[in-house]
Design a protein around this ligand. Sequence first.
Ligand code: DX5
Ligand code: ZN
Length: 220
Amino acid sequence: MANKIIAPSILAADFGNLQRDVEMVNKSEAEWFHIDIMDGVFVPNISYGMPVLKAITKHAKKTIDVHLMIVDPDRYIKEFARLGANNLTVHYEACTHLHRTLQAIKAEGMKAGVAINPHTNVDLLKDVIKDIDLVCVMSVNPGFGGQSFIENTYNKVQRLKEIILTNNAPTLIEVDGGVTDKNAAQLVKAGADVLVAGSFVFKAEDQLKTIKELKQLANT
Ligand code: DX5
Ligand code: ZN
């Protein structure tokens, strides 16, 4: 079975000790840094922007997975590439010309991701699935960390996996929001390749051990 990836979400880190938390992820069994960028328009919250991303990438030694929860993401594609993003994920709901946006992300040498809100049907991605490197299935309404997992996510992941296999697409499935030791194994069983975890990792007393546990649950 392919290696299942753990992506700690820096949104839940201690920003007063950002370097320490980045180094913790470097040392851990997690493979990706998940970076949530919110604009206060697409979602009702503002997280952090370019200067903080720069501070993270200065110390991060793993894949930088940027999740844009912003309107009109096309405006910033080049800037995120310049700042070292490896994956750039835009929201389906924020893109009028999604196919064009995906090509623009790839033209900058990044992997192209599409995130879908809980109400967005995965079948809407069928016609572009071969162009998507990563689908981020939101298992909470985007905007905040620490929310409860929406159970219907299992069905969505399962259906998305079918679409990917039918189309022989190379797309990875990422699940984002409310991921814990209670749902990790079942999500992987449904077809998830990447598990994002914010609060579950950073609120834990032993963060390295928590990542190790998630990694084990995802790979058994
Ligand atoms: C929510 C973000 C998530 C968030 C996950 O809008 O996209 O990445 O940080 O946090 P938890 O794991 O606490 O739900
Ligand atoms: Zn996210």
